[in-house]
Write a protein that binds this ligand. Structure first.
Ligand SMILES: [Zn+2]
Length: 280
């Protein structure tokens, strides 16, 4: 092995040991006091000032894994979750169990995600607990329950023991929301939605995007809210409903072959404004 390579490995190792940045963000357990929320940077490299916390229980939803303290987000995200909970309650679809939003000031997290940094991402479990009615889960249940996979590991289909019409309705209601940019689900779930598509579903179906895993939860990503000039969105989605060859690829050998473990990547510096958000 060349000396240069050895030095490079040493430096990378030193970098990751020295990368205490996510811990610094995790230590901030209160949002900044700004009254107007501002998402800054990109979903995978940014932060948020003036975040709100999602009330831990509300109509049609309950927050899980309270010990993670990731129930903060942009006001638009908080309203979105509350509205989706209301839909679930009104249509008797079950109780939405809410996973991670973001940290109090957003930013990189020490575990779990690359995105969720600007207060515009939320994970919602595919466990629609109909039997809960209005019962509040205990703190212990919120830590220890987990959602089952809704995908049959042996076929490329959803598992009908777990998958219900209610799941489809929740995804449709979420995707129809004008503030929603895209929703990530397992390719088998997208496939299932595609088999039931109608002419009128194209507009919301295009927002539902296949991605690896996402078989026990779906990930909702909002657009950059208006009046947030430092927020950086993603390129627009294709205009199609996504029920085409691009979906077929996800069932190919190439898509299913785990790629080699990626080399440690050096996290890019956060936007300069995030420095102020961290240190306020
Ligand atoms: Zn997520």
């Amino acid at each position: 092995m060349s000396k240069i390579l050895l030095i490079a490995i040493y430096l990378l190792g030193a970098y990751s040991l020295a990368d205490s940045v996510p811990q610094e963000w995790a230590k901030r357990t209160t949002p900044t006091a700004d009254s107007l929320p501002q998402s800054i940077g990109t979903y995978t490299n940014g932060c948020i000032s003036g975040a709100m916390s999602l009330p831990l229980s509300g109509k049609g939803y309950q927050v899980m894994r309270l010990s993670r303290h990731r129930f903060y987000g942009h006001a638009t995200l908080i309203q979105f979750i509350q509205q989706l909970g209301q839909v679930a309650a009104d249509q008797q679809l079950g109780t939405l169990l809410i996973g991670d939003l973001g940290q109090a000031r957003g930013g990189p997290t020490p575990s779990g995600h690359r995105s969720h940094q600007t207060g515009l991402d939320v994970d919602i479990w595919f466990l629609l607990s109909k039997q809960l009615d209005n019962r509040l889960l205990s703190a212990n249940e919120r830590e220890t329950w987990s959602a089952p996979s809704v995908v049959d590991a042996n076929s490329d289909a959803v598992d009908y023991q777990q998958w219900t019409q209610a799941h489809e309705k929740v995804l449709e209601a979420a995707a129809r929301h004008p503030e929603v940019d895209r929703i990530f689900v397992n390719p088998s779930i997208k496939q299932e939605l595609c088999t039931h598509r109608t002419a009128s579903s194209a507009a919301w179906l295009r927002k539902i995007r296949p991605w690896w895993k996402h078989d026990d939860h779906f990930h909702v990503r909002l657009k950059c809210p208006t009046g947030n000039p430092h927020c950086r969105g993603q390129p627009a989605l294709p205009e199609t409903n996504g029920c085409d060859d691009s979906l077929a690829w996800w069932f190919s050998k190439e898509a299913k072959t785990p790629s080699k473990p990626s080399k440690p990547t050096i996290r890019p510096p956060l936007p300069a404004l995030c420095e102020q958000v961290l240190n306020q």
